[in-house]
Design a protein around this ligand. Structure first.
Ligand code: 4AD
Ligand code: MG
Length: 434
């Protein structure tokens, strides 16, 4: 007789009533003396293996009885529907061949503290919750490429080692670059502007580094950012791309990650609200009014911290754009508002359910002299920005762009309470291992 086909758990629906072989690990087990329930995972999904004592050889029964958590093995059996489980299928086991033993796995089915789990992140990744989050992360990455490709963008990769500080000089990771000073990139934007002048619509997607000393639930020192930049485009059209993009990400998760949403207990009905565009827009001035009306001590000119953003985003059923921030709290490259001297043509997108800023973007200053002055006013060395000024010297055009923090977006879509769960191996002020 031929060997049963080797399948992945995720493909079980196509193999009902067939005998198959699966390479799996044990996550948990329960036994009643006559029947053993093995909780299995193979990296594609989780489901149950049922071992009936009377239906298998004594040696298979004993192997099943002795399996420890996270032991790996080949399991052979017939796939059945199982309407009571999240996944909907199970395997009736006929044979087990152990591949790797596992003794004393540290993450047991009981509750563990978050620091313990993060110390064991290399193993914790195997559990249901990280599994679901990483699948949703993967879908958002896939959807990002699909969206920007279908909108006519090309991907361009800015350098990760730079000599400039687009977003302010306080949060840079310094590196020693052959006896010169260099920094890990805190944003690829300036390079993406060069890209837009060369290729019209470009986007980057890569790691970004910020020496954030704050220990908030919204800050990592290494995070992934998507930075689109568009030539011949004003801020208003950029906002339309942003809302279409965010709605597309949410729709992608709804279309491809129902199982993962179930594992996370995330109600898809709530996410459906976010697939409808346009998103509401308020000005920074209006935001200040709302905050003051709610007894915050925020004054015009203040930047928003987490409590302010949480309050504002809680007031809307959908993501909300906050437009036209004061110049004093935003970076030098933004374009001045046409009729107001004190604000920029910029917007942050705040995610609902209290999640706060997930996107920051603006139209860019196109005037050589104004931009040069802003660089000087920001206390930066004009010589280091000469190449950037060149972009305003040779065929300068209106252009706009934005940056989406991937982990911020995942945290919101998965309804997590901290960014550290949205990335496989989080880097924070007090965490560099594993
Ligand atoms: O608002 P930011 O600083 O904007 C820029 O870097 C622009 N150059 C983007 C552009 O216009 N091309 O950062 C953009 C986004 C934020 O909205 C947030 O989602 C995320 O990056 N972000 C962080 N995510 C995790 N940890 C941190 N420390 C983050 N800092 C920013
Ligand atoms: Mg920002």
């Amino acid at each position: 007789m031929a060997e049963p086909e080797h399948i992945s758990i995720i493909d079980s629906p196509q193999h009902v009533d067939e005998e198959v072989r699966i390479g799996a690990w044990l996550t948990d087990k329960r036994s009643s003396g006559k029947i053993s329930f093995l909780q299995l995972r193979d990296g594609t999904a989780f489901f149950q293996g049922v071992v009936v004592k009377n239906a298998v050889s004594e040696s298979v029964w004993n192997i099943a009885k002795d399996l420890h958590q996270e032991a790996s093995f080949w399991v052979t059996g017939v796939i059945h529907e199982d309407k009571r489980s999240h996944f909907g299928y199970e395997i009736e086991v006929s044979n087990i061949e152990v591949v790797g033993e596992s003794e004393g796995y540290p993450i047991t089915p009981k509750e563990h503290g978050i620091e313990f789990l993060l110390d064991h992140r290399h193993l914790w990744l195997r559990s249901r919750r990280p599994f679901a989050i990483m699948h949703i992360r993967n879908e958002m990455i896939r959807a990002t490429y699909e969206f920007f490709n279908q909108e006519g963008f090309i991907k361009m990769d800015p350098p990760e080692i730079t000599d400039a500080a687009p977003e302010g000089t306080t949060e840079l990771f310094h590196i020693d670059y052959f006896d010169n000073d260099a920094y890990l990139s805190q944003s690829g934007q300036l390079y993406m502007e060069a890209g837009a002048m060369a290729y019209d619509k470009v986007f980057s997607f890569g790691p970004t580094f910020r020496a954030e000393k704050s220990k908030t639930r919204r800050h990592l020192t290494e995070f992934w950012m998507i930075e689109p930049e568009m030539a011949f485009m004003h801020q208003e059209e950029s906002l339309e791309i942003q809302e279409r993009y965010i709605a597309f990400l949410v729709q992608g998760v709804l279309d491809h990650c129902q199982y993962d949403l179930k594992l996370l207990d995330r109600d898809p009905k709530i996410l459906e609200r976010y697939t409808k565009t346009p998103y509401p827009r308020i000005t920074y001035d209006k935001a200040i009014e709302m905050l003051q009306g709610a007894d915050f001590n925020t004054k015009w000119g203040d930047d928003f911290g987490s409590p302010e953003e949480t309050y504002l985003s809680d007031q809307f059923e959908q993501p909300v754009f906050v437009l036209n921030y004061p110049k004093s709290i935003k970076p030098f490259y933004m374009k001045s508002h046409p009729t107001r001297d004190d604000v920029y043509l910029c917007a942050d997108l705040l995610a609902p359910e209290g999640y706060g800023e997930i996107v920051g973007g603006s139209e860019r200053e196109t005037d050589y002299a104004k931009l040069e002055q802003s660089i000087i006013d920001a206390g930066l060395d004009v010589n280091e920005y000469q190449w950037y000024l060149d972009l305003r010297k040779y065929g300068s055009v209106p252009h706009s762009g934005f940056g989406l923090g991937l982990e911020r977006a995942i945290t919101w879509i998965c309804h997590l309470d901290h960014l550290r769960e949205a990335i496989p191996f989080p880097r924070m002020i007090n965490r560099l291992k594993p």
